[in-house]
Ligand binder design. Structure first.
Ligand code: NAD
Ligand code: WQD
Length: 340
């Protein structure tokens, strides 16, 4: 029996593939490499096994996903494959909808045709929009504030309806802000072009690829005026997927469709992250405050208690460890996988 990891050549998928492999699962990666590279697959194989099965295919291709399931005896799926850039989704809303919802439809159909019922789905805290009450629980109101978020809401609704119709048991994992890298420094986040996200941008400044980080706003209603997020180590997140698959396999209250927050429960501001990065790197990271970024929310952090109760999982790694691991990856691979 094996686990199919769609989007497994990407940032979170590759770290999860390593954790699943180390836990004794047979891992099959399926990815179309639309936002990752063959070098990421090589890095993943170096940390797992040289012959780790890799299928280059679009997850929306029902036949290709079905073949991967049948050829490798897959009995559970983690579905990461999606586009994830908020700005990209504003520029290309229909492309985002087609890819993110289309791939989810493709994977569900292929699972159904092959009698596979257990799925873990990559959702996001973006489904909460700007929360009115903190921390956010899984019952907090859902409100997509951009086309990317709308694709996650649409996928959640589709999967809930499929589960309701029978034949699918799914855990919707709502990730907060993943950062960090594998402790080896040889697996990490390798954004194409200019990074949208805070930590990849900050690390590219620190390594000399970019001049200075723009801090988007210091006039929020927060203690230091900069916006607050719940940053989570990508390996903690990966371990959350292992716990979710184990809960589904053991049928621990996970029949049907259940949403679960994966966060630490602690919020840090942009200026907190900059200060921690300066400590970890050993020198301040050049930055300047600019205006707010359109569409940004001011504060969000998770109530992670359902994950502890249902999955027996809690995030264990702190902000300094996240940044130290991210920095190790960035130093060992200053230009990402391509240059190694
Ligand atoms: P990523 O872009 O690094 O990884 C996604 C992978 O999916 C890439 O390797 C890409 O090539 C592949 N892919 C995309 N569309 C595909 C398709 N149709 N068929 C096959 N492969 C396809 O992104 P990530 O940060 O690892 O995100 C993984 C998942 O987690 C996504 O669903 C994303 O929306 C979700 N998520 C990410 C974050 C975050 O901040 N990184 C937060 C919450 C949720
Ligand atoms: C974090 C903070 C920025 C860059 C996005 C998606 C969300 C989820 C996670 C997928 C914010 C500030 C950033 C910079 C900055 N992804 N910042 N300078 O916006 O919380 O969430 O990624 O599901 O859906 O929206 O993450 O890393 O972009 O920003 O000051 O150059 O850092 O304003 O306060 P965000 P982020």
């Amino acid at each position: 029996m094996a686990v199919l990891v769609t989007g497994g050549a990407g940032y979170i998928g590759s770290h999860t593939a390593v954790v699943l492999h180390e836990a004794g699962r047979d891992v099959v990666v399926l990815d179309d490499l639309s936002n990752s590279s063959p070098a990421a697959v090589d890095a993943l194989r170096a940390l797992t096994r040289p012959d780790l099965p890799f299928v280059e295919a679009d997850a929306a291709d029902v036949d290709a996903v079905g073949r991967a399931i049948a050829d490798h005896g897959v009995d559970e799926v983690v579905h990461f494959a999606a586009f994830k850039s908020v700005s990209g989704s504003i520029a290309d809303p229909d492309g985002y909808h087609r890819n993110n919802v289309g791939s989810t439809v493709g994977v569900v159909e292929a699972m159904r045709h092959n009698g596979v019922s257990r799925m873990v789905f990559s959702s996001s805290c973006t489904v909460y929009g700007e929360p009115t009450d903190l921390p956010v629980t899984e019952d907090s109101p859902i409100s997509a504030s951009n086309p990317y978020g709308a694709t996650k809401v649409a996928c959640e609704e589709l999967l809930a309806a499929e589960a309701e119709a029978g034949g699918l048991d799914v855990l919707l994992l709502r990730y907060f802000n993943p950062v960090g890298a594998h402790a080896s420094g040889d697996l990490g986040e390798d954004p194409r072009g200019t990074p949208d996200n805070l930590v990849p941008y900050l690390m590219q400044v620190a390594v000399g690829r970019r001049e200075s980080l723009s801090v988007f706003g210091d006039d929020y209603d927060t203690p230091d005026g900069s916006a607050i997020r719940d940053y989570i180590h990508v390996v903690d997140l990966a371990e959350g997927h292992l716990a979710a698959l184990d809960a589904l396999a053991a049928d621990r209250g996970s029949r049907g469709c259940t949403a679960v927050n994966l966060g630490t429960g602690t919020g840090y501001s942009v200026l907190d992250v900059l200060a921690a990065a300066g400590r970890v790197i050993g020198r301040p990271v050049p930055h300047q405050v600019v205006g707010r970024r359109d569409g940004d929310i001011q504060r969000i952090w998770a109530d992670p208690s359902l994950a502890a109760d249902l999955l027996g999982w809690r995030a264990g790694r702190g902000l300094d460890e996240m940044l130290a691991d991210h920095w190790r990856w960035q130093q060992r691979h200053p230009d990402g996988y391509a240059a190694t």
